[in-house]
Design a protein around this ligand. Structure first.
Ligand code: PMP
Length: 401
């Protein structure tokens, strides 16, 4: 019965790793994957995560019972506190409905399905460009009208602020707007605080509903609070919003799929009804979420000493990436590579949007065995002192060929 089925294309991001794994060249470099690597090019399990896991394993009172549909209650509370701030009025007034979800993607999907069922407007605006999964997640969640708002200006390799304001300004009242809380993927370009404030005013004046995607809190600047500033500005005005949170990058919990969806409401009563409806979205989808990941995260977040250790390890990851930006910039300068490469040090977070064309990307894969997505996005976390010179040689050759 399945004989006629067509071969589906590889995922544009995960497909880079598939191609990389097939390449027998020993000097190959994978800059496609959005996961942290150490200076030695190895994946990293944070020390504090190992410690928390050990504590959980040694605790004889812990069972493998099902979690409730909404997940681990303690984890949900701590997650809302982490992103909105401990003294957030929305938390103090019990106006936040938080449910544990399958990492950032699952949070976006559950939030999307909730909106498709209960929100009057099904138009979602996403930035141009954005993480490739966004349009698919929302369309399949039932929000069929996905539109783009201008975000990145290739000429300046910075924010197209005027275009952004124009596009959101002409969006229908009430439309949903997907916003990267910090470290925009793939461009590494974020609005300034002043620009965030203008975006907030415009959005609130048109009742546009913010749906924040926070996949990099603490990973961008090294400070959890700084990376949450955009979100907290929108919470401070008392209005509604959705928040999809991921612990994949900032706690290195990638494969454990730990995340949370929070919906900030106008009153505790509304939040409680929203939560009851979220349960109806989740129950037929996967019944209840996994136990291990959120137990680890909650163990760390609730203990001040472990929390401190986490922030130190998190900052070390962020700082290593920032130093790779400088090293790559310096290496291109030293080679006299044509062009202005200052965007490498200006952009923030895990990725640099190099501005390389898809032909140049293909050339670098062919000639230098360097793998990245065809839009020229490189994961800075995959760089180290050993492969920066190789990458700089490859970029130099690609732009001067
Ligand atoms: N949003 C953005 C912007 C991302 O970059 C990512 C991860 N690449 C995610 C969401 C989702 O990640 P996860 O589902 O692994 O938490």
């Amino acid at each position: 019965v399945f004989a006629g089925i067509a071969q589906a294309p590889e995922d544009p991001i995960l497909g880079v790793t598939v191609a990389f794994n097939k390449d027998p060249n020993p000097n190959k470099v994978n800059l496609g994957v959005g996961a942290y690597r150490t200076e030695e090019g190895k994946p990293l399990v944070l020390n504090v995560v190992r410690r928390a896991e050990q504590m959980l394993i040694n605790d004889p009172t812990r069972y493998k019972e099902y979690l409730p549909i909404t997940g681990l209650a303690e984890f949900n509370k701590l997650s809302a506190k982490l992103i909105f701030g401990a003294d957030s009025p929305a938390i103090l007034e019990n106006r936040v409905a938080t449910v544990q979800c399958l990492s950032g993607t699952g949070s976006l999907r559950v939030g999307g399905e909730f909106l498709a069922r209960h929100y009057h407007e099904h138009t979602v605006y996403i930035p141009q460009p954005t993480w490739g999964n966004h349009p698919k997640v929302f369309t399949l969640a039932g929000l069929k009208d996905v539109r783009y708002y201008r975000y990145y200006d290739p000429a300046t390799r910075g924010l197209d602020f005027k275009g952004l304001l124009e596009d959101l300004g002409s969006a229908p009242n009430g439309a949903i707007v997907l916003i990267h809380a910090c470290a925009h993927n793939p461009t590494g370009v974020d609005p300034t605080l002043d620009q965030w404030e203008q975006i907030r005013q415009l959005m609130r004046s048109k009742s546009l509903l913010p749906f924040f995607d926070s996949a990099y809190q603490g990973f961008a600047s090294g400070s959890l609070d700084k990376d949450a500033q955009s979100v907290r500005m929108f919470v401070a005005d008392g209005g509604e919003l959705l928040m999809a949170q991921s612990y994949a990058k900032n706690m290195g919990m990638y494969g454990e799929r730990v995340g949370a969806l929070s919906i900030v409401c106008r009153s505790a009563d509304v939040a409680s009804r929203v939560e009851s409806q979220l349960k109806l979205v989740i129950r037929p989808m996967y019944s209840s979420p996994p136990l291990h990941g959120p137990s680890v995260v909650a163990t760390i977040l609730k203990d001040s000493e472990m929390f401190k250790e986490w922030t130190v390890e998190l900052k070390a990851m962020a700082d290593r990436i920032i130093s790779m930006r400088q090293q790559l910039f310096d290496a291109l300068k030293a080679r006299g590579t044509p062009g202005d490469w200052s965007h490498i040090i200006k952009q923030i977070g895990m990725f640099t949007f190099t501005g390389l064309t898809s032909e140049q990307v293909a050339f670098m894969r062919q000639e230098y065995h360097i793998y990245m997505t065809s839009d020229g996005r490189i994961s800075m976390a995959g760089l180290n002192a050993k492969n920066v010179p190789i990458l700089a040689d490859a970029i130099h050759a690609a732009v001067t060929q």
